[in-house]
Each structure stands twice: as structure tokens, then as C-alpha cells.
Design a binder for this molecule. Structure first.
Ligand code: FMN
Length: 278
């Protein structure tokens, strides 16, 4: 619990005006319990009057990455599906996940948990079981009548379904490692199931940030939607990955070094952008 050191506080009230949950009353020297520990108050206080001030990591540096460099990072980041045998060490992966703890979460909930799988046999099982699970899911759709299916997944997805199924089955036949691509490590992002909160968004944001951070470290990544989809359908897969029963798998990231050297940056379609100005 944070407190305001009366001796140090100059009553400038910057902390009070910055607090997202309106938890601070400087005059009454009070921080309410609905504080979400975002520590904006600590970040802004010149006098270091918000305690414990051991939470301060140092002075904020002026941005070290230029917009041009960031754009290069965005352009260079690619999905890798051709991993080299060389693996990241446990220390490297731990440091990577630990550094990414600064990724934002809704209401600063910090509920994400991480399971790292490096055991080759387990990864192989995950690959095979994911393929079988998704195959079964496609099969089970066969038994659903067209109007019900349309109601369940919408017209557009329903029309795309035969193609997705054909592509999946075709790839599964030609490429046995189509889920895990022989990656030396998988980071599974999971969190306790909740009825409120936004852990799925927390995990997506974490994953996006992780891909960019990985790029700066010359690590190769592949976000893995198939694995998440399969884990959400199959308890056995969740057990294999030792995910706690009450947790939900939210994201999966294959990580290692790449055997692919992309040479060209490619263009992407410009998204629709609307403005409401007046
Ligand atoms: C939510 C999400 C799920 C994805 N799932 C998979 C997947 O299961 N397998 C895979 O090979 N790539 C997967 N990808 C990677 C996309 O196919 C890839 O981002 C896209 O084709 C664009 O290529 P790029 O990332 O190299 O720019 C996923 C990406 C996202 C954002």
C-alpha cells in the first residue's frame, strides 16, 4: 500500500491530478484502497514523497528509439516458421518475459502467467494433438445445419469455412510440423478465467510487444493461433502443457532463432481510417 510522506510532500497535487482511479487526496494525506498500483504518482513526484520509493527504477530516459528506427522495427518484424536448432537459453527466455512485465494490462491487473515449453517430445505431442483437435473441430461442423451454423459464426465465416478446412487439411498432410514448426520453445500465455476484466486483450498486447522486443534481440517468433484454438477445445492439451485447470490459454508464441533471412520489406494494404471532426 502506498503512502504520502508528509515531510517530503509539497502539496503540488500533481499525483492527485494524474491518478487514474482518483485514489489520492493530498490534503487529507490519503491514498484509497481502490489504487491499482500503476505508480503514476511515483513517476511524477519530484520529491519522492510517495512511498515505498524503492519502486523507482531510475530517471525516465528520453526516448532512445527514433521514429525511423521504430518504423524499421515494424517493417522488419516477420512471422518465422523456419527455426534453427539453436535454442534460447532458459536465462534468455526468463529475462525476455521479465522485461516484458512493463506491458500494459487493463486496470493494471497483471494477471498473465507464462509457461515455457522446451521439451522436444512435449512440443511434438502438442503439435500432433493440436492438429487432431482442429481436424475434429472441422468435422464436428459437418453435423450442424446451414442456418444454425450461420447463426453461430456469421455468413462471411460460414462461406470461408470450406476453404479454411481444405487449406488446413492440405497443410497438415504436407507439413507435419504445421503448428509448432520445430520451434525450440513455446511461450504459453494464460490467466485465471474471469467474468470481468480483459485478460485476452492483455495477452494480445503482450504478444505484440513481445514480437517487437524479440526483433531487437534477433529472436524469431511466430504467434500461434492454432495452438490457442486447440488448447481451448481440448483439456488433454491443456494438461500436457501443465496449465492450471482454472486458467485459460490466451496466446502462444513460438520463439527461437530463424533459418530464414528475409531480404525485402513488403507493403501492406492501408487500413480504413475514419474521422469524426465536427
Ligand atoms: C492472432 C494471430 C494468430 C496467428 N496464428 C498463426 C498460426 O497459428 N500459425 C502461423 O503459422 N501463423 C500465425 N499467425 C501469423 C500470421 O499468419 C502472420 O502474422 C501474417 O501472415 C502476416 O505475416 P507477418 O507476421 O510475417 O507480417 C498468427 C498471427 C496472429 C496475429
Amino acid at each position: 500500500m502506498l503512502t504520502i510522506n508528509k515531510q517530503k510532500c509539497t502539496q503540488c497535487k500533481q499525483c492527485e491530478s494524474l491518478c487514474p482511479t482518483l485514489s489520492i487526496d493530498v490534503q487529507k494525506n490519503r491514498i484509497l484502497e481502490n489504487c491499482i498500483n500503476c505508480f503514476h504518482c511515483i513517476s511524477i513526484c519530484k520529491e519522492q514523497a510517495i512511498e515505498p520509493n524503492e519502486l523507482i527504477l531510475g530517471k525516465q530516459a528520453s526516448s532512445v528509439i527514433s521514429p525511423k528506427e521504430y518504423k524499421t522495427l515494424l517493417l522488419n518484424r516477420r512471422t518465422h516458421r523456419n527455426f534453427s536448432d539453436k535454442a534460447l537459453s532458459q536465462e534468455q527466455i526468463t529475462a525476455f518475459i521479465t522485461d516484458l512485465r512493463h506491458s500494459p494490462t487493463a486496470s493494471n491487473s497483471r494477471s498473465l502467467e507464462f509457461t515455457v515449453i522446451t521439451n522436444k517430445e512435449v512440443i511434438q505431442h502438442i503439435n500432433n494433438l493440436s492438429i487432431n483437435t482442429i481436424k475434429k473441430a472441422f468435422k464436428s461442423i459437418n453435423g450442424i445445419s446451414t442456418p444454425v451454423l450461420q447463426l453461430l459464426i456469421g455468413k462471411k465465416a460460414m462461406h470461408a469455412l470450406p476453404n479454411s478446412k481444405r487449406n488446413f487439411l492440405n497443410k497438415a498432410e504436407k507439413k507435419q510440423q504445421m503448428i509448432t514448426y520445430n520451434a525450440p520453445a513455446i511461450i504459453i500465455v494464460h490467466a485465471p478465467k474471469v467474468k470481468t476484466g480483459m485478460p485476452i486483450h492483455d495477452a494480445s498486447i503482450w504478444t505484440g510487444m513481445a514480437c517487437l522486443y524479440a526483433e531487437t534481440l534477433s529472436y524469431a517468433t511466430c504467434i500461434n493461433g492454432y495452438l490457442v484454438n486447440a488448447a481451448q477445445r481440448n483439456k488433454e492439451l491443456k494438461q500436457m502443457m501443465k496449465i492450471p485447470v482454472n486458467n485459460e490459454v490466451l496466446s502462444a508464441l513460438l520463439i527461437g532463432y530463424s533459418n530464414t533471412n528475409f531480404i525485402h520489406n513488403v507493403n501492406r494494404s492501408i487500413p480504413n481510417i475514419s474521422y469524426i471532426n465536427n
